[in-house]
Write a protein that binds this ligand. Structure first.
Ligand code: FAD
Length: 343
């Protein structure tokens, strides 16, 4: 859509007073809402209340009408719904076209997307077309109480500092937000709102690539974001075999196995297990870190867990600064003792 021209034009800024409402891109896969989209409904409501505007969701898919009600129940005042076979599975061109046209027509003040593979693809495409900025991978969102602008916070410089980014002269203010960081809102059964059906039309050449088939990964990936208990292993395991002991404890507690990046880099475990800045952000009820030093990039992904237990033989390891319970000792002695005690 003439992206470069848009960027040039965009440098001038826009009349920000024309833009209203907080939008959440309601990402669905196979007719199910992604967890991060539900989390964003909760966060979006908080932001909308602080700005004094409405919370809206934009939903794309084929015959996913049931999700409209779900979005109302999660707090949407309005749902913009695009229903078309071309939107059944995520595809950059049709999704960008539909959401971009809706943004141009309805002028949202804020647009939030999950930092999923889809959000990380769609968000930048939309930002370029709108001639606005995008703050990727946010971990915190606030509204400036004086001018009601969105303050978007994300880790920067390899996680060594947290940067708060503003988008003063362009609209919408756009962020992708990490899954697992925001609280899911309570669902209010029977709550209704306004449904706006979007007119979807694709011309010849609008869709440059077709999704022919969706092939699911052959290896089973862990779902760290939904896990209530995570037992993570790090370089302190000393070898890949150590993950057998970690798995034993995780299984005993009904949890899943996580890891530090050092263990992933060593080739001991798949990246899908990695917790942290370049892995998954998690917020389980219980997080047990075994042989993990507590580097800032690891902490960035787990420090909001409800209860943190750390097992490390170095009593000065930084992980103990965030731990609720710290056990100084050799994990190869401590974990078997815990398993024994659990029976
Ligand atoms: P180490 O720091 O080597 O710590 C091992 C710990 O095990 C030590 O504290 C030691 O005392 C303890 N130990 C040793 N033997 C035993 C034993 N027998 N029993 C008990 N304790 C023992 N890291 C992540 O984890 N996730 C990320 O997403 C991530 N992203 C990054 C992004 C960037 C841009 C950069 C620069 C780095 C990133 N890192 C990330 C790497 C991070 O900086 C650390 O290098 C990494 O977290 C260290 O992993 P570790 O704690 O397992 O290893």
């Amino acid at each position: 859509f003439g992206a470069i021209e848009k960027l040039e034009e965009g440098k001038k800024g826009v009349d920000v007073t024309q833009y209203h409402d907080v939008w959440v891109f309601a990402e669905q896969r196979e007719g199910k809402l992604m967890g991060v989209s539900v989390e964003l409904m909760g966060e979006g409501k908080k932001l909308a209340n602080e700005i004094g505007c409405k919370l809206c969701a934009i939903l794309c898919g084929e015959n996913v009408d049931n999700l409209v009600d779900e979005l109302f129940e999660y707090g949407a005042d309005k749902v913009y719904y695009a229903n078309d076979p071309e939107l059944k599975t995520y595809n950059t061109d049709p999704y960008t076209k539909v959401v971009y046209k809706a943004i141009v027509k309805y002028k949202p003040e804020v647009v939030l997307l999950g930092a999923t593979h889809v959000g990380r693809d769609l968000g930048p495409c939309l930002a370029v077309h709108c001639g606005t900025g995008l703050t990727a991978d946010c971990t915190k969102l606030d509204i400036d109480p004086t001018d009601k602008k969105l303050m978007q916070t994300r880790p920067a410089f390899g996680g060594n500092l947290m940067a708060t980014i503003l988008c003063p002269n362009h609209r919408p203010q756009m962020s992708t937000v990490r899954p697992g960081v925001m609280e899911k809102p309570k669902r209010e059964a029977g709550k209704k709102g306004e449904l706006i059906k979007l007119n979807v039309e694709f011309k010849e050449g609008d869709i440059r690539a077709k999704v022919l088939e969706v092939v699911k990964g052959l290896t089973e990936k862990v779902s760290l974001t939904d896990a209530k208990v995570i037992v993570s292993g790090g370089a302190g395991l000393g070898n890949p075999e150590g993950f057998k002991l970690i798995k034993q404890l995780a299984d005993r507690l009904g949890g899943v196995v996580g890891s530090s990046r050092a263990a992933v880099d060593a080739g001991w475990i798949d990246h899908s297990h990695q917790v942290g800045q370049t892995g998954t952000t998690v917020k389980p009820e219980l997080y047990i870190a075994c042989g993990i030093s507590g580097a800032i990039q690891h902490l960035a992904g787990m420090q909001t867990s409800k209860t943190i237990v750390a097992i490390n033989k170095n009593e000065n390891a930084p992980i103990f600064e965030v731990a609720d319970y710290g056990i100084v000792g050799d994990l190869y002695k401590v974990i078997p003792a815990i398993l024994d005690a659990l029976g």
